[in-house]
Design a protein around this ligand. Structure first.
Ligand code: URA
Length: 228
């Protein structure tokens, strides 16, 4: 990759800021000042900026506690988007799947395209657990109903795990991530979802994050995600 990309990815500055740093002689490799912004480097090159060592990190992984009101998108003309909540992370980070604008909770962010693809692939059946509140009493047959496939116009859901909390709230764990899936599943039993929060994605939980906060995933969490 180019030296200016290396430094911009590592958050030393914007692409134009790091170009200026390089051209002004602030950047060195192997004790040699490098002034060409397109000098080829790789992820093992050790670059110094004003004597500070910069190691390249290829992939980064975060979990964000998405608040309601934000679109799961990188940009939008009309609504705030989740990437505005993480202004300091590098520009190649993408979102793993989608939550509705009014849904809260676990949203993974990474620039690891392979993991992103694996987690979303329907073959891998990654469990997503939701806390759900509804407008009317949940019928007694809910657990049995959700434990069997449900037919929708565009897909048939896999058996889901229902956990009763009280007459108007529950947890539902599903393996797919179809459009409005949880809301549509509850509609099938006559309930309208009034509040929805994803509390777990595979092994990843919010772990104390308040709405709008985010954290790096641990090495252990990344390994477990890969094993899914
Ligand atoms: N199911 C929904 O209905 N909405 C979401 O945001 C996620 C799952």
């Amino acid at each position: 990759m180019r030296l200016d990309k290396f430094l911009a990815d590592m958050q030393i500055g914007t692409r134009s800021e790091v170009k200026k740093l390089i051209q002004k002689g602030h950047v060195s490799i192997n004790n040699q000042i490098i002034k060409k912004v397109d000098t080829k480097v790789d992820e093992n090159t050790i670059v110094y900026v004003d004597g500070m060592r910069v190691d390249y990190v290829t992939y980064e992984y975060y979990v964000l506690n998405k608040p309601a009101g934000f679109l799961s998108a990188t940009q939008d003309m009309h609504y705030p988007v989740v990437l505005e909540l993480v202004p300091c992370i590098r520009k190649d980070i993408g979102i793993v799947g989608r939550l509705d604008k009014d849904t809260e909770g676990v949203l993974l962010l990474t620039n690891d395209g392979e993991l992103n693809h694996r987690l979303l692939s329907s073959k891998n059946h990654v469990e997503k657990k939701y806390y759900v509140q509804v407008d009317t009493d949940i019928p007694d047959y809910a657990e049995d109903f959700f434990s069997k496939p449900i037919e929708f116009e565009d897909f048939t859901s896999l058996p889901a795990k229902f956990e009763y909390i009280n007459s108007k709230s529950a947890y539902l764990t599903i393996c797919e991530g179809k459009y409005h899936q949880v809301k549509r599943m509850f509609e099938k039993i006559g309930c309208t979802v009034t509040y929805l929060k994803r509390v777990q994605f595979g092994p990843i939980t919010l772990d104390g994050l308040d709405a709008g906060e985010y954290r790096h995933l641990s090495e252990e969490e990344i390994k477990t995600l890969y094993e899914y």
